[in-house]
Design a protein around this ligand. Structure first.
Ligand code: GLV
Length: 332
């Protein structure tokens, strides 16, 4: 048997195994086992394939926890091909000396662009217009049909002033918007005004979520959150579905407590077509496409591969989530 490290890759990566693709880079460094299906491995299949691996390259559907790591004792790095890593039990990894990496930065622009796509589509009622046209409901032009909400000159509220929140705020300049932001603290040079969350919700015409999913942010957008928004405001979420209390959002849309919503993320994913969310009015949805451009996904895969290679060499790259794991001592 080869003494090269073994890496389990939980999904087909962009570029396949073509020369200079992210996977080709990995093949140069390790024996690679790829989960070839486009659907995720079951927890049992993941456990089985991880058993003999020295590294895992995962995507956001794979749950990596202490039980998995205990069943896969050789694993010393988990490179998650996502900026969010709520699917990974980081303390369990750190305790076991397992380095975790993610893919920040390379998806910032694509995700900010997607946020704007949803914001504009919800504001200007694009899906309703598209459906009306295709459904034969396009009558003669008249002054009050499908009126949307103004974007230029309006107020945008960013909740979570991280990289993506900042990129969304920067794009608002082109629309001449006032930008407010709320978070744990003010951020140097952020293109907007730091305000308490309550003020942001009371003032913003658009509220866009950019916080990571943590125990603290889980379902933070609840009935009280939506009640504090303006009734003519639009809610946008491109982070994780878990930050939203979805029944509360459905109710807020149904009762007109807010004017609309654009979601790239929801609970569960994939969302069944008969989910009550899809019966809510003034809702634009996308199936978790924030980073879905070829360039971005290729860059994410490359960064994840580099994370695997660094972790196998017991180096912490700048995108290490828990560099302290390297001080815990190497697993066998
Ligand atoms: C996608 O949702 C990511 O976290 O990268």
């Amino acid at each position: 048997m080869s003494d090269r490290p073994r890496v389990f890759v939980s999904r087909v990566l962009p570029g396949g195994a073509a020369p200079r693709s992210p996977l080709a880079l990995l093949h140069d460094a390790a024996d690679v086992d790829v989960w070839e299906a486009h659907t995720p491995p079951s927890p049992e299949a993941l456990l089985h394939r991880a058993e003999g691996a020295d590294a895992l390259l995962t995507v956001l559907t794979e749950r990596v926890d202490g039980a998995l790591l205990d069943a896969a004792p050789r694993v010393r790095v988990v490179a998650n091909m996502a900026v969010g890593y709520d699917n990974i039990d980081v303390p369990a990894c750190t305790e076991r000396g397992v380095l975790v990496t993610n893919t920040p930065g390379v998806l910032t622009d694509a995700t900010a662009d997607m946020t704007w796509a949803l914001l504009l589509a919800a504001a200007r009622r694009l899906p309703e217009g598209d459906a009306a046209l295709r459904g034969g409901a396009w009558g003669p032009w008249h002054p009050t049909w499908l009126l949307g909400h103004r974007v230029s000159g309006a107020t945008l509220g960013i909740v979570g002033p991280g990289r993506i929140g900042r990129a969304v705020a920067e794009r608002a300049r082109g629309f001449g918007m006032t930008v407010l932001y709320a978070g744990r603290r003010a951020v140097a040079d952020f293109p907007g005004t730091f305000v308490p969350l309550d003020d942001l919700l009371a003032r913003a015409d658009y509220v866009s979520m950019h916080v990571p999913l943590t125990p603290e942010t889980t379902r933070m957008c609840d009935a009280s959150f939506f009640a504090r928004m303006r009734p003519d405001a639009i809610f946008v979420n491109t982070t994780r579905g878990g930050v939203v209390d979805q029944p509360a959002l459905i109710e807020a849309l149904r009762l007109g407590r807010i004017a609309g919503a654009g979601l790239d993320v929801m609970t569960p994913e994939p969302l069944p077509v008969d989910d009550p969310l899809l019966t809510a009015p003034h809702l634009v949805v996308a199936p978790h496409l924030g980073s879905a451009t070829l360039e971005t996904r290729t860059a994410m895969a490359r960064l994840a591969v580099e994370g695997v290679i660094a972790g196998l060499a017991r180096r912490a790259p700048s995108n290490a989530v828990n560099p302290e794991a390297l001080t815990v001592g190497r697993r066998r």
